[in-house]
Each structure stands twice: as structure tokens, then as C-alpha cells.
Design a protein around this ligand. Sequence first.
Ligand SMILES: CC(C)(COP(=O)(O)OP(=O)(O)OC[C@H]1O[C@@H](n2cnc3c(N)ncnc32)[C@H](O)[C@@H]1OP(=O)(O)O)[C@@H](O)C(=O)NCCC(=O)NCCS
Length: 181
Amino acid sequence: MIKFIDGQKVYLRPVLKEDLHKDYIRWINDNSNDVLTGHAMFPHTLAGLEDFLLSKAGDKNCVWLAIVEKKTHIHIGNIELCRIDFIHRNAEYKILIDKKAQRKGCGFEASMLLIEHGFKILNLHRIYLGVHEDNNPAIALYKKLGFKPEGILRQHFIRDGKYSNIMTMGLLSRDHAIRLK
Ligand SMILES: CC(C)(COP(=O)(O)OP(=O)(O)OC[C@H]1O[C@@H](n2cnc3c(N)ncnc32)[C@H](O)[C@@H]1OP(=O)(O)O)[C@@H](O)C(=O)NCCC(=O)NCCS
């Protein structure tokens, strides 16, 4: 069993080829998630996902991990720090948890583990994200993690013919450290 970062409820490990065959392809083709994430704009095939996985190997600008429930060893979601910029020391954070595994504290714990990795191991200064203005569960999670709203990208996202706003949020390493004290 591969573990990259270990927690209480979940551990994070690299996404493996076998993960793509199972729930992952369902999650990212799921149009109801797409209202919130933008994953399902184009259909995703197994072959395409395998190419994507290969392209991530050795990529130093992205830490892309599977979230695995510790009790069951079931792959319940994915999380990443991408667009890592080692000059300005910032990165974008993204998360997706399977509907069946939501509201058990796994998203929060997985995020804390990756944020700690970002600040303490990758030496990042700032982690940022973009979230659909109406995605209240995600915004509540991000606020609980200490992210602060930074601005609104007006009419940045289109779904069903309607434009909507994206809120940008950010977390600085010093604010994160203070919160943990
Ligand atoms: C957002 C998401 C990652 C949360 O994951 P999760 O594992 O269900 O979250 P947790 O159980 O760890 O909850 C942590 C906090 O998030 C907030 N939260 C999570 N789900 C919520 C919901 N349905 N309604 C309100 N708040 C919610 C709460 O503040 C919660 O803290 P609390 O339990 O003390 O109230 C998950 O709902 C998801 O993957 N959604 C679809 C994809 C998505 O929207 N990704 C973000 C795109 S920007």
C-alpha cells in the first residue's frame, strides 16, 4: 500500500492507473458535479485519462493525489496543488470528493494535510483557489480552512447558457501558522 501523506481518517497517495477504471471516470463525467467544478465540459475516456496520468509523472508543478479512506482503503476523491510557481511561491488548490463520502470530515482533513505539505515541504507562501459563487458547501470548507475571499471574477463561468461569478480565495502561510497555534 502506497501512502504519501498519512492522516487520521484519510491518507493521500499518488493516483494510480487502476483508480481511473473505477469511480474516477464517473466523478469527472458527472454533470451535476460540473455545475461546481467544470470537469464535464468534454467527455473523458479511459484512454484520455491514462495519457493525462502519464503526463503528470515527474511534473514538478503539480502534486495530484488520491484521497483514500483509511478504514476501507476506498479511493473517495482527488486533491491537488497545481500551477506551483516556485519563484512567487504560490499554487492553486482543488478538491473533489465522491458524493457517497461527503460530510464525513474527509475533505477537511485531506485539505489540511495537503496545505501543510504545501507550506512546510514545498515552502509555498500562498495557496489560492477559485470557487463558484453559489457553491456554499465548498465556500464553507474553504473558510473553515482559513481561506479568505479576495475578489470576484465576474461572469467567468458559463453553465446552461448562464454566466456566473467565481470567487477567488487565498491562504497565506503566516495566517495558516497563526491559526494552528
Ligand atoms: C466541497 C467538498 C470538497 C467538501 O468535502 P467534504 O468531505 O464533504 O467536507 P467535510 O465533511 O470535510 O466538511 C468540512 C466543512 O465543509 C463545510 N461543508 C461541507 N459540506 C457542506 C454542505 N453540504 N453544506 C454546508 N457546509 C458544508 C462545513 O463547514 C464542514 O465543516 P463542519 O462539518 O464542521 O460543518 C465536497 O462537497 C465536494 O467534493 N463537492 C463537489 C466538488 C466541489 O464542489 N469541489 C470544489 C470545487 S471549487
